[in-house]
Structure formats: structure tokens, C-alpha cells
Design a protein around this ligand. Structure first.
Ligand code: DX5
Ligand code: ZN
Length: 236
């Protein structure tokens, strides 16, 4: 059945001096989430925002806060982000061993939040196998994490398709999110491959009209999703 994609604008590309204004703008544009990129200067070279920002965002918006942890020690910091009001928390598979990954997913869910696991571009979808049945969402990175405004890595849509296939093989249906270089040109590729949630940094906040950009990316993705569904229907 057709479900429209959701857009998750990344506030890493927003105007921090006018963050309240930018949040209000994406709310009224119909965004599905606020994507919060937490970087520790260790797991990735860049250093961005943390718990105090999540706490303040929680008071400022009714949109779900989608917290993407690009940090080396997620197990230690998870409780803080959950307490601060994260609605969904994404940990990176590369930051944890299989046991740690399972523990992270369990503790996010025990706190009543949605649990997601992310894969860097060179990490194989197969590492998700032990947790795929227990996650609410999988985040496929389509750039090397660390900075907004990078170009989409060609072929990332194949990873999306592999994640969808892996999930189906165990009867699971987590949301699939894609992050990095997503705009009107690339959204159709990943949406056709099965992506449900699209993170957009520069495509939204560097646009002259961010609200229009949210609508345009969603429309391009939905069109591709619909025609992929129609093709699959014919083949079935
Ligand atoms: C990259 C971050 C992304 C980034 C997206 O490490 O996880 O969320 O801010 O920005 P764009 O859409 O500009 O690639
Ligand atoms: Zn992100």
C-alpha cells in the first residue's frame, strides 16, 4: 500500500541564530521529524550539538525529535538523550559490537522511544542481521557522516534495497531512512528502492524557499514510490 514519504530536515543546516524560526517553518511545511545530528569530534571529525540542544528543541516543537548519534560511546550517552526527550534515537553499527548494538536497541525501546541503527556507506547491510527484527528504523548513510552539503554517493539506493530485502526475509518492516545528499534529484532513487524517511539538510535550509523545498522533495519521492509500486504490482 502506498504511504507517502516523510521528510526529516536536518537542523545542522539551519540558521542557529534563528533556529526557532526555522523549526516553525519546517513544521508548517509538513515535515515529519526534526533530524538532530549529534557529532562528537571522535566518531566523526566534526563536533556539533548535544543534550542541552535536544532539551530545548523538545520544548520548542511538537514534531518528533529524530536524534542521529554519530558518537563513539552511545551506550554511555543514550540515557541522557532519552531523558532529554528524543523520540527516536539512531546509533551507528560501527560504534558497537553485536552485543552492544542489541543492548542499545533494547534500552532505547525500554525508554519508550523508537530505536534505529545506522550504517556508514561502506558497512554491509548484513551487520544488521542480529537486530533487524527489533529495530523501528534503519538509517542508510548516503554520504560519509560528518558534514552536511556533501554529494550523494552513487549507488546508495542499492543498499536501501538490500536493507528492505533483509528485513522482509525475517518478516520485519522497519522504516528505512536515508541521510546525505538527498534532494529532488536523488530522492526518487532512494524512494523507489524503498526509503520511507528522507533526511534533508542543505536541500531544505539552503533553498530560497525551504517550505517549498520540503514539498518538492516529498513530491518527487512519492511519484517514484508510486511508480515503483505499480511496477512491482505488474510483476507480481
Ligand atoms: C551527515 C549528517 C546529515 C547531514 C545531511 O553526517 O548525518 O544529516 O546533515 O545534510 P545534507 O542533506 O546537506 O547532506
Ligand atoms: Zn544525520
Amino acid at each position: 500500500m502506498f504511504e507517502p514519504v516523510k521528510i526529516a530536515p536536518s537542523i545542522l543546516s539551519a540558521d542557529f541564530m534563528n533556529l526557532g524560526r526555522d523549526i516553525a517553518l519546517i513544521e508548517s511545511a509538513g515535515a515529519g521529524y526534526v533530524h538532530v545530528d549529534v557529532m562528537d569530534g571522535h566518531f566523526v571529525p566534526n563536533l556539533t550539538m548535544g543534550v542541552p540542544v535536544v532539551k530545548q528543541l523538545k520544548k520548542a516543537t511538537s514534531l518528533p525529535l529524530d536524534v542521529h548519534l554519530m558518537i563513539s560511546n552511545p551506550l554511555e550517552q543514550l540515557p541522557w538523550f532519552l531523558d532529554a526527550g528524543a523520540d527516536s534515537v539512531t546509533v551507528h553499527a560501527e560504534a558497537l559490537d553485536a552485543d552492544g548494538l542489541a543492548r542499545a536497541v533494547a534500552s532505547i525501546r525500554a525508554a519508550g522511544a523508537k530505536a534505529a541503527v545506522s550504517l556508514k556507506p561502506r558497512t554491509a547491510a548484513g551487520v544488521l542481521a542480529p537486530v533487524i527484527a527489533d529495530v523501528d528504523m534503519v538509517l542508510v548513510m548516503s554520504v560519509e557522516p560528518g558534514f552536511s552539503g556533501q554529494g550523494y554517493i552513487e549507488g546508495s539506493e542499492d543498499k536501501v534495497a538490500r536493507v528492505v530485502a533483509l528485513a522482509r526475509s525475517v518478516g520485519a518492516s522497519p522504516l528505512v531512512q536515508v541521510d546525505g545528499g538527498i534532494g529532488v534529484a536523488t530522492a526518487p532513487l532512494v524512494a523507489a528502492a524503498g526509503a520511507d524517511v528522507l533526511v534533508c539538510g542543505n536541500a531544505v535550509f539552503a533553498a530560497e524557499d525551504p517550505a517549498r523545498a520540503v514539498a518538492d522533495v516529498a513530491a518527487a519521492a512519492d511519484e517514484a514510490r508510486l511508480s515503483a509500486l505499480a511496477t512491482a504490482g505488474k510483476e507480481a
